[in-house]
Write a protein that binds this ligand. Structure first.
Ligand code: ADP
Length: 155
């Protein structure tokens, strides 16, 4: 089984994330979208909501799972039998940040490699933080989140 883990905050999942996952899917038997639980981070949406949005975005797609994990991404990958970590790149800042994490992860666990997909140009400007800003200010977030996902209006 070729398994990849796509770790992230997904606060909330965006069309940019969805695009990366769907483009990587032909390479794998399974992609596990794993919401990392970090006690030092303040999230806008609850863990259950974030996982729920992901499940809704990929409803009916049996190759995609959504769950959460605590601790090191490489430990979670080993537990799941995944040899690849999937991440997306939008710009040089993402690249520099992701490069450092990928190097450290590879040093910790040689059998695990990080696979990067470049964002599709139409999604390059989308980030969860911009979506949170629009949401907070009562704007319409629908063009930026996967179709069919309703993140509600409760703040
Ligand atoms: P984290 O808090 O771990 O950065 P995010 O949910 O913000 O979690 O992002 C997860 C991954 O998705 C990162 O690799 C990020 O670069 C990538 N990503 C975020 N937005 C986009 C986008 N619009 N296009 C492509 N990749 C993206």
């Amino acid at each position: 089984m070729r398994v990849a883990v796509f770790p992230g905050s997904f606060d909330p999942i965006t069309r940019g994330h969805q695009d990366i996952i769907l483009r990587a899917l032909p390479l794998f038997d399974k992609i596990i979208i794993a919401v990392g639980v970090n006690a030092n981070k303040n999230y806008m949406f609850s863990l259950d909501d974030r996982i729920g949005f992901i499940k809704k975005a990929f409803e009916g797609n049996s190759k995609i799972e959504a769950t959460h994990f605590k601790g090191l991404t490489v430990d979670f990958c080993k537990e799941k039998g995944a040899n690849f970590i999937l991440r997306g790149l939008r710009n040089p800042a993402d690249f520099e940040f992701e490069k450092a994490i990928a190097h450290v992860n590879h040093t910790m666990e040689e059998s695990i490699d990080t696979l990067f997909f470049l964002t599709s140009p139409e999604y390059a400007a989308i980030s969860s933080s911009i979506i949170r800003d629009i949401y907070r200010n009562n704007g319409d977030v629908r063009p930026f989140i996967p179709q069919g996902v309703d993140i509600g209006t409760d703040k």
